[in-house]
Design a protein around this ligand. Structure first.
Ligand SMILES: Cc1cc2nc3c(=O)[nH]c(=O)nc-3n(C[C@H](O)[C@H](O)[C@H](O)COP(=O)(O)OP(=O)(O)OC[C@H]3O[C@@H](n4cnc5c(N)ncnc54)[C@H](O)[C@@H]3O)c2cc1C
Length: 508
């Protein structure tokens, strides 16, 4: 049976011709910004998609999802999307790296994976490499906002807003000059970006939330922002409305390829805590074949795992029985064909990428650079995003208040949230914001940025022609999610990656 993949033609979107061997059914593992954008653009090209995520993807009063796509700053800022490894981060970072109140924190633990990541990061933190990485990113950043417009024209309902104004505030003039120099380099790499220096009084007229310690202000033009949790939820809706399946609370444990297709194995977890991918409170006894459109139909041999709040259904993998129990997934919109394995799979599991991708030759480490955020009330709704680069604090209007985000904590993605990091963001923000009470916080959140040592994402085919990777965008996976989805979907259906993807080869 053929399900209409919902291939709407968005205005301005030239459909990429499918090659004759193009996959018909593709699994996407990971339902964060990147995985969902890949799924949406695959649908755009006539592919039937099934998305698996170990967590719940729908936002309630608190950000959902254990990945980084929910409580982040939501900036859609191609003009600022620069590679993380750079001499300044290194100079600054090495001084304060192990201090628990530092905005860049590396725990003093014996972790060979972390050591390898840090060594690679240091190696790439030269000016020359930063420039080369910036040039590599430019084809993505220059088309990043256009890809958001395609999503909007294709029915993704969550808005993106012009960041007018987008203000960067400083205590010291030298720090503002450093931003202006960096923007010159961004322009030289091919990404246009305009900025102007504002008189601090005029800046306060634009944004009364600027605190008394902010003495120097720049306004960056042409950027946007969104409420990322809402945006991800709208993508889930859009993928489902176009006939895609989205299996929440379904953790993929293994991917097997053969000449005829791809098998995706995993466990379904119901009504429980799967924070950061750790199944807590019990033992998982079975691994299922998650056979795409058939999964989630309630056919599994249900079994309870004792000792906690987990319900995990189990069956053996050999029968290809569907995983799950009735109601475990919320399938809305679109009918579905049953049966069959997948023709290809895209791994988009954020900071957990190496777990599944390593088998397919992906050796680049992906390290969680964990960021924290919280909300504060403001006397008036903020006018736009505010950036305090020297303090490494990012603020975004959310509802009628402000989301304040910061920290780069290189730690396991699943580690519990550390209140000292929230406190570090609070201390870094003091004096920079007016009229907000930093002691009255809601929606405290931590999320793992998927960071690579060279600051470049991993987008493309692995050692298997049926297995693709999309991730490792570090600080910029929201901004670059849609353009990544667009380019990777083209590569999957045509079998030929665009030249722009060469620097992001997952096998580099
Ligand atoms: C504080 C903070 C502020 C940020 N601000 C910005 C910003 O302003 N602009 C910007 O562009 N970017 C920003 N980022 C970065 C951005 O959030 C990330 O780059 C982006 O969300 C990464 O998306 P992703 O889909 O690759 O990963 P994730 O969002 O982490 O999604 C990965 C998903 O895979 C799932 N998963 C993992 N393993 C499995 C498995 N085995 N089976 C099934 N599912 C699995 C996880 O549950 C998760 O939902 C910020 C990040 C942080 C932390």
């Amino acid at each position: 049976m053929r399900v209409d993949g919902g291939a709407h033609d968005a205005p301005g979107n030239t459909r990429t011709p499918r090659n004759t061997g193009a996959p018909d059914q593709v699994a996407v593992v990971g339902g964060g910004m990147v995985g969902l954008c890949v799924a949406w653009f695959l649908q755009e090209r006539g592919v039937r998609v099934t998305v698996f995520d170990r967590d719940s993807l729908t936002t309630g009063p608190d950000p959902a999802g254990s990945g980084s796509s929910w409580g982040n700053a939501g900036w859609l800022t191609p003009g600022l999307a620069t590679p993380l490894p750079e001499p300044a981060v290194l100079r600054y970072g090495l001084r304060v790296l192990w201090r628990s109140d530092s905005p860049v924190y590396v725990p003093p633990v014996a972790d060979p994976g972390l050591a390898r990541f840090v060594a690679g990061f240091v190696r790439h933190s030269t000016h020359r490499r930063w420039q080369a990485s910036m040039r590599a990113l430019a084809p993505l950043t220059t088309t990043a906002l256009e890809a958001f417009d395609l999503l909007a024209a294709g029915g993704v309902s969550a808005p993106t807003r012009a960041a007018a104004p987008f203000l960067a505030g400083y205590r010291e003039r030298a720090d503002l000059d450093a931003l202006l120099r960096e923007l010159e380099e961004v322009r030289a790499a091919g990404q246009p970006v305009d900025a102007e220096i504002l008189d601090p009084l005029a800046a306060r007229d634009l944004e009364p939330l600027l605190g008394e310690q902010v003495r120097h202000v720049a306004q960056v033009h042409g950027q946007r922002f969104c409420e990322p949790g809402r945006y991800v939820a709208a993508l889930v809706d859009a993928v489902r409305e176009r006939g895609g399946l989205v299996h929440e609370r379904t953790a993929v444990e293994a991917v097997h390829t053969s000449a005829s297709g791809v098998e995706v194995h995993g466990v379904q977890v119901r009504g429980v805590q799967v924070r950061g991918g750790e199944v807590r409170g019990g033992e998982v006894r079975g691994v299922h074949l998650l056979d795409g459109p058939g999964a989630g139909t309630g056919d599994g041999a249900g079994g309870h795992v004792s000792g906690g709040s987990l319900d995990v259904s189990t069956s053996d993998a050999t029968g290809g029985r569907a995983v799950g129990e009735p109601g475990a997934d919320r399938h809305t919109g679109g009918g579905h064909a049953g049966g069959g394995r997948f023709d290809a799979v895209v791994l988009a599991t954020g900071a957990w990428l190496p777990r599944l991708a390593r088998t397919f030759g992906v050796r680049v480490p992906v390290q969680a650079g964990r960021g924290y955020s919280f909300h504060v009330a403001t006397p008036e709704p903020p006018s736009g995003p505010i950036y305090f680069p020297a303090a490494r604090v990012a603020c975004t209007p959310v509802g009628d208040g402000l989301r304040i985000a910061g920290m780069m904590e290189f730690r396991r993605p699943d580690a519990p949230s550390d209140p000292r990091r929230i406190q570090a963001v609070v201390e870094a923000s003091r004096g920079l914001l007016a009229g907000v009470d930093l002691e009255v916080r809601t929606h405290e959140w931590v999320g793992p940025r998927p960071c690579t040592p060279d600051g470049l994402p991993l987008i493309g085919r692995t050692s298997s022609p049926r297995v693709f990777v999309a991730g490792g965008h570090g600080m910029w996976g929201v901004t670059l999610g849609p353009v990544t989805g667009r380019l990777l979907a083209d590569a999957v259906v045509t079998g030929t990656p665009a030249a722009a993807l060469t620097p992001f080869d997952p096998l580099r």
